[in-house]
Design a protein around this ligand. Structure first.
Ligand code: P6P
Length: 335
């Protein structure tokens, strides 16, 4: 074989997450590597959870426990496993002073009081989808603490608006496993290569199309929505848009990010603040959406401008392509 023919065996594999993080670090003149390490901690936990999810049916972790989470829902084994995986990785990594997890009523104090960062996280959103082999995801935000390092983290460190996020990100456990995040300089997607145990840059500088033909909402709640939302959904049908609703927010969001579209989880009569959690579901996706050229609103103001009042508070959310969200707001608020 000639040297020339070797080319197909020596193609570069791509930019690893580690190398990308290090290159990205140069944007932060005073960065001393803690944020880079924190992102690595999250990526490590994601690799381990990905392994658990990929053969969950074989290792018997698809059941429910006799405990309940803060929403009063029975906790699924995978919810608790994911929570343990991420909180342990963040605690041992040493860069997180406290964690707000959907699976824990109380704040998790890691004991790393010298650490600069706070993490809010939904360790696995829609875990019941795993039992039926549907994509699911982890969603997280990273904030810089406001109280002095070396002290016990305070409420002010946690209840920050989305505009104060340092990082917004998610891991999608789908047909491939991807890590997508922003640090405020665009949105980048990394695809996991299990044979090498590495995330590789596969979707640099992601931009959401400013318009789209897909709307994602649980139409089963139609008669529980406010009239404005119903009017917008009627508009979507009149426009012959495609209804795509996986029942897994990260899957719907990710498809809309790539193809254009809008995802709505509005308030209903039963849930006047909607179902989604502001601090660790709405904020990360809103940050990514805005960084990718899209919009995210609660129907009145930008998600990123909401001042949180409690760490598990819910918020209605409409997120996606700029022109689609603008049209939704026009119709919803014309009444
Ligand atoms: P519903 C999963 O529980 C989740 O938080 C999102 O991932 C998903 O879009 C939504 O709730 C589904 O909720 O009420 O439509 O079944």
């Amino acid at each position: 074989m000639s040297r020339q023919n070797l080319k197909r065996f020596t193609q570069p594999v791509g930019v690893t997450l580690d190398r990308f993080i290090e290159k990205d670090r140069s944007r932060y003149p005073y960065a001393t590597g803690e944020l880079s390490q924190l992102l690595r901690d999250i990526a490590l936990a994601a690799k381990i959870l990905n392994r658990d999810i990929n053969h969950s049916g074989l290792i018997g972790i698809e059941g429910v426990l006799d405990s309940e989470n803060i929403q009063g829902e029975s906790q699924k084994m995978l919810d608790v496993i994911a929570d343990i995986r991420f909180s342990r990785a963040l605690r041992i990594g040493g860069e997180t002073c406290c964690i707000v997890s959907e699976e824990r009523d109380e704040v998790i104090y890691t004991g790393n009081d010298d650490a600069k960062y706070v993490v809010t996280i939904d360790p696995i959103d829609g875990s019941s989808n795993v039992n039926v082999n549907i994509s699911t995801g982890t969603v997280f935000s990273i904030f810089r603490r406001k109280s002095p390092t070396g002290t016990t983290p305070q409420q002010e460190d946690i209840l920050q608006t989305g505009r104060h996020q340092i990082v917004g990100g998610y891991i999608l456990y789908g047909s491939s496993t991807m890590l997508v995040y922003t640090t405020g300089y665009g949105v980048n997607g990394f695809t996991y290569e299990p044979s090498l145990g590495e995330f590789y840059l596969s979707h640099p500088q992601m931009q959401i199309p400013e318009n789209g033909k897909i709307y994602s909402v649980n139409e089963g709640n139609f008669y529980d929505f406010d009239q404005g939302i119903r009017d917008y959904l009627d508009y979507c049908k009149q426009q012959r848009l495609s209804a795509r609703y996986v029942g897994s927010m990260i899957a719907d969001f990710h498809r809309n990010l790539l193809q254009g579209g809008i995802y709505l989880y509005p308030a209903t009569q039963q849930q006047p603040q909607g179902k989604l959690r502001l601090m660790y579901e709405c904020l990360p996706l809103a940050y990514i959406a805005e960084q990718a050229g899209g919009l995210a609103t609660n129907g009145t103001i930008d998600i990123l401008d909401i001042q949180p009042e409690s760490r598990h508070q819910r918020s209605p959310m409409i997120v996606g392509s700029k022109k689609m969200v603008e049209k939704a707001l026009e119709i919803i608020n014309e009444k």
